[in-house]
Design a binder for this molecule. Structure first.
Ligand SMILES: [Zn+2]
Length: 399
């Protein structure tokens, strides 16, 4: 029994070291073996072993040589096979985002296709097939490694099925057909996990093993990373931060509970607050909006609207309470926060920070890092492509 545990740890460390090296080449390459050793804090012999393994697998190659301090110029290493690409897709209720990326996760082709709400499962898969066919026509001679798909709600990654996506109103959408049609692997993942993966892929939270990514928009979702792997839970749905209850007997939520965080910190909150302002006859520009979202409230706050500022601060505080609960549960080293349709809101951030000033671990010498995503919609696509690339770079025995 002990032997099995030791063996497992050894394999895990090997995999971890290998992904550290690949990440470093991807983010900083072309790079020398010595710099890889310094940056990853792995011994030169470990680096040499990993490099020869990656070279034998045809994943990296040597290119030219770098600067030296008088001695022999070091040989630089870079990722090989730029004729290989991943396809990334994000499905929303009225938009399909699709892209391709190279092995570095750099997006090249990028399209947004708008469609009417409530398309059938059949229509969605047909639309995706048409868009992928366009990519195949555009990039002849390129090897496509796989298709990564990000979708909201409860997904079964193994069966490539969206089980239930209450925000979008979908049930039981299957993507196996894509695998059969294009004969390449397809990966399906909850969008908050994909968002988080995109940032890890970009090197954010690199020093931490436990990281939480949070997306706020129509809904609120979290991607939980433990030991640098996405934690999915038993049913594949871990991280439903939006349905953490923060108010006893609070506002009814569409999930069947009451007092869910989503009712106090997502777009739902803005809609209900603006309805309240209208009923009070408040002197605010917000009452003129028919459709309200984070960016419109933020715009009015910047223009000096008192109520807009207050709503954002309050929404931030509510969100901060949710984040604090996650911090106390998981003790992450970093939180990556993404606001859909918004890069930055001083007032919202003020509210979040006010709450995050206190949590169980504040006295610990290590501090919680809070990152605000600046990737916008690219986060979904980078993450969706990373689903494919992560698999591609895995140690062969794990495939
Ligand atoms: Zn709920």
């Amino acid at each position: 029994m002990n032997q099995i545990i030791r063996r497992g740890n050894k394999d895990f460390i090997k995999e971890l070291n290998r992904s550290l090296v690949i990440d470093e080449i991807r983010l900083k390459g072309p790079i020398s073996r010595t710099d890889l050793s310094v940056n990853t804090e792995l011994g030169l012999s470990t680096i040499t072993n990993i490099i020869s393994e990656l070279m034998n697998e045809g994943l990296i190659c040597e290119v030219g040589s770098g600067n030296s301090n008088g001695g022999r110029k070091p040989v630089l290493l870079t990722l090989k096979g730029m004729s290989k690409k991943a396809i990334g897709i994000k499905i929303e209720n009225t938009r399909l985002l699709i892209s391709t990326s190279d092995l570095n996760g750099k997006l090249d082709y990028k399209q947004t296709i708008l469609f009417p709400q409530k398309l059938t499962a059949q229509d969605i898969t047909s639309l995706i097939i048409t868009e992928i066919e366009k990519i195949y026509e555009l990039y002849t001679g390129i090897e496509f490694l796989g298709i990564g798909i990000a979708a909201s709600g409860l997904v079964d990654s193994g069966k490539l099925t969206i089980i239930d996506s209450p925000i979008v109103g979908w049930e039981n959408i299957k993507f196996k057909v894509l695998e059969e049609k294009f004969n390449i692997p397809v990966f399906l993942e909850n969008d908050a996990n994909v968002f988080t993966l995109a940032h890890l892929w970009r090197g954010i939270g690199k020093e931490n093993h436990t990281i939480i990514g949070v997306t706020v928009g129509i809904g609120i979702g979290a991607g939980i990373v433990i030991d640098r792997r996405i934690y999915r839970g038993e049913f594949g749905g871990a991280g439903e931060l939006g349905h953490l209850i923060i108010q006893r007997e609070g506002t009814p939520c569409y999930c069947g509970q009451r007092g869910c965080l989503e009712m106090y910190a997502s777009d739902h909150y803005l809609v209900s607050e603006i309805a309240r302002l209208k009923s009070l006859g408040a002197d605010s520009q917000l009452v003129k909006y028919k459709n309200i979202n984070l960016s419109s409230v933020s715009r009015e706050a910047e223009a000096g609207d008192y109520y807009a500022k207050e709503i954002l601060i309050r929404q931030g505080e509510n969100l901060g309470i949710g984040l604090k609960n996650m911090v106390n549960l998981f003790n992450p080293g970093a939180i990556i926060l993404g606001m859909e349709g918004l890069d930055h809101s001083e007032y919202l951030i003020r509210g979040i920070k006010r709450e995050l000033n206190t949590h169980f671990f504040v006295k610990h010498p290590k501090q919680l890092d809070l990152f605000f995503s600046d990737l916008g919609d690219d986060a979904w696509l980078i993450g969706a492509c990373a689903l494919v690339l992560d698999e591609f770079f895995k140690i062969p025995i794990y495939k």
